[in-house]
Design a binder for this molecule. Structure first.
Ligand code: SF4
Ligand code: SF4
Length: 373
């Protein structure tokens, strides 16, 4: 039976602005009805890496916070620390980065809690007994929360084709060591012909695996020490010259399956207490973990909501692929491509995360869109 996916487009007028529409969308999810008084509600989002500007506007988050409060919940905004060095690798940096992007109590009316603590070591091992993992390591604050409102910026992703709700909770709420376990199938290599020796990738590598070496004459190029690389993949998106390629030690599908197993671990005790809202706006080719925001590949489409993250991600992909691509984006002349994410990332079959999610019972790919006007 198809799962209903609530959908609001981005049209607005003097009678109904986008906040009115988002409030209506939230109300129709029924999330508030499932809350008990004083339930602690984890509102999972991505605060955006410093330099990125396409994270969800704090003003929309404020609206959702106020609605959760009205429904009796006690919301807090949360995300887990990153594996790479960046501006969100520990709770202090992470909170500072979030506040710089407007996620401050004065704006969002809720406290920020980094799910896996100061240094990413505050996690719970949750039993899942699935293909890749027996247990997964999830940030404690989310495990202890009574309910989950997952708010996602839907966009492309260099390791999974697209980044949607499954990735937001699976990779996003894994502790730093959990993230490392999910990434263990990536082994990037540097193309010495393209490398300019700028050293930028060194700054992002969490293990010091990237080194600069002298080659002929005075020129310097990066190289990756395979023994030290933990496969976090950050260097691959850091290089502005396209010098670092992802090579997969195993099938590219495996990282998607691992993320889905983490998502299962997050949701296992929150059946009936989780809802997913995805913003399909500013659909950039890269993740918000990147310290930049490239031009969107399609026009702003709208906001979708569901209790089923698999169906929701499928609907978001379908809506993006149904649009004509923007030529002034990384798609270039390929505006008519039927699959924008495969065009951006030909090595990656993004559908594996949805198939696997369906296979392990996390949701269904069968949905019907319900237009909220
Ligand atoms: S791989 Fe890219 S980021 Fe790293 S040193 Fe070479 S050009 Fe710079
Ligand atoms: S070299 Fe390995 S560990 Fe370092 S940033 Fe790249 S993928 Fe991550």
């Amino acid at each position: 039976m198809p799962v209903p996916i609530l959908f609001m487009d981005m049209r607005s007028n003097r009678k109904q602005n986008l906040f009115d529409k988002l409030g209506k969308l939230y109300g129709r999810t029924g999330f508030g009805k499932g809350l008990e008084k004083d339930d602690l509600v984890a509102l999972k989002l991505h605060f955006g890496e410093t330099g990125n500007i396409t994270y969800i506007r704090p003003q929309f988050i404020r609206l959702l916070v106020d609605l959760v409060r009205k429904d009796g919940g006690k919301p807090f905004l949360t995300d887990a620390n990153t594996l790479y060095v960046g501006s969100r690798a520990n709770a202090v940096d992470h909170l500072e980065a979030a506040v710089k992007h407007g996620f401050d109590f004065a704006v969002v009316n809720a406290p920020l809690v980094i799910a896996d603590g100061l240094k990413g070591k505050d996690y719970r091992e949750i039993e899942v007994n699935l293909k890749h993992f027996k247990t997964v390591k999830i940030g404690s604050a989310v495990c202890d929360a009574d309910a989950l409102l997952c708010v996602t910026h839907f966009k492309g992703h260099e390791a999974t084709g697209f980044g949607g709700a499954l990735k937001n909770i699976g990779m996003g709420l894994g502790s730093r060591s959990g993230k490392q376990m999910m990434h263990s199938d990536i082994l990037p290599t540097v193309d010495a012909q393209k490398c300019r020796g700028c050293g930028h990738c060194l700054e992002w590598c969490p293990t010091g695996a990237v080194k600069l070496s002298n080659v002929a004459g005075d020129s310097v190029v990066a190289r990756i020490d395979e023994g030290e690389c933990i496969g976090c993949g950050e260097c691959t998106v850091t290089c502005s010259y396209g010098s670092i390629a992802i090579n997969w030690k195993t099938e590219p599908d495996i990282i998607q399956e691992k993320i889905v197993e983490y998502a299962w671990g997050v949701l296992k005790d929150k059946i009936g207490k989780s809802v997913f809202i995805s913003f399909v706006n500013n659909v950039t080719p890269d993740c918000d973990c990147c310290g930049w925001s490239d031009s969107p590949i399609v026009r702003d489409i709208g906001v979708l909501a569901s209790v089923d993250p698999v169906a929701l991600d499928q609907a978001c992909v379908d809506l993006v692929n149904a649009e004509r691509g923007l030529a002034a984006s990384r798609l270039g002349a390929k505006t008519d491509t039927p699959d924008k994410f495969r065009t951006l990332y030909p090595q990656i079959d993004w559908s594996r995360q949805l198939e696997y999610g369906e296979q392990i019972g996390l949701g269904t790919r069968d949905y019907t869109l319900v237009h909220i006007t």
